[in-house]
Design a protein around this ligand. Structure first.
Ligand code: PGA
Length: 232
């Protein structure tokens, strides 16, 4: 069971140290935090397992604003998210660029969490499976069921909205993604201490990608405990 915290553009280095000092997850759960680039080193120093929020496909080059796998590894970073819906929505990430990032990161030895998920408009017009298929196929074609690859199913309508997919919606979407690419699938979208156990007890839900609730050390630890209980 993997519980990953996506901090997005939150937490300075000082705030990262404060979080790490207060955070005490239970044993028996794989916990990862994904701080912004500038706070990666501070999180690594604390002994937590740390992923970046994005990684470029080239080893180096004229790519203003981007970071390579080797740059992350030099800091002790173990993996990276790719294709988060905020990257797709606001920064023009395509299925192709997401797949290239995933392939390069895995090739360099990083773990990868590749995010997929439909928007509300796509769900309402019945296009959920089509979207999930296109997004998942792009990654599957590039890297297959790589042993260091995990997918995160994050319905865009449930991210930061307080709306959560029902356990049935999550289960169905996860089973569908796994039918295309047989890797662990995390659920993401308004996961909180009080809904984590129900979501994580679904058989095709292998963990969670947590945004807002991962910023508070007590809430995030409570979600990690719920994950343990869900699998007990
Ligand atoms: P949320 O974010 O938990 O705040 O909905 C999840 C994510 O974007 O990964």
């Amino acid at each position: 069971m993997l519980i990953a915290g996506n901090w997005k553009m939150f937490k300075t280095q000082a705030e990262t140290r404060e979080f790490c000092a207060a955070f005490s997850p239970p044993d028996g759960v794989d916990v990862v935090v994904c701080p912004p680039f500038t706070s990666l080193a501070a999180a690594v120093e604390s002994g937590l397992r740390v992923f970046a929020q994005n990684v470029h496909w080239a080893e180096d080059g004229a790519y203003t604003g981007e970071i390579s796998a080797a740059m992350l590894q030099e800091l002790g970073v173990a993996g990276s998210l790719v294709g988060h819906s905020e990257r797709r929505q606001y920064f023009g990430e395509s299925d192709e660029s997401v797949a290239r990032r995933a392939a390069a990161a895995l090739e360099a030895g990083l773990d990868v969490i590749a995010c997929v998920g439909e928007t509300l408009e796509e769900r309402e017009r019945g296009a959920t499976e089509l979207v999930l298929r296109l997004q998942t196929d792009a990654v599957a074609d590039a890297v297959g069921a790589h042993p260091r690859l995990v997918v995160a199913y994050e319905p865009v309508w449930a991210i930061g909205t307080g709306e959560t997919a029902t356990p049935e919606i999550a289960q169905d979407a996860h089973a569908f993604v796994k039918s295309i690419l047989d890797v662990p699938v995390l659920y993401g979208g308004s996961v909180k201490p009080d809904n984590a156990a129900e979501l994580l007890s679904q058989p095709a839900v292998d963990g969670a990608l947590v945004g807002g609730a991962s910023l508070d050390p007590d809430s995030f630890a409570a979600i990690c405990r719920a994950a343990l209980a869900a699998r007990a």
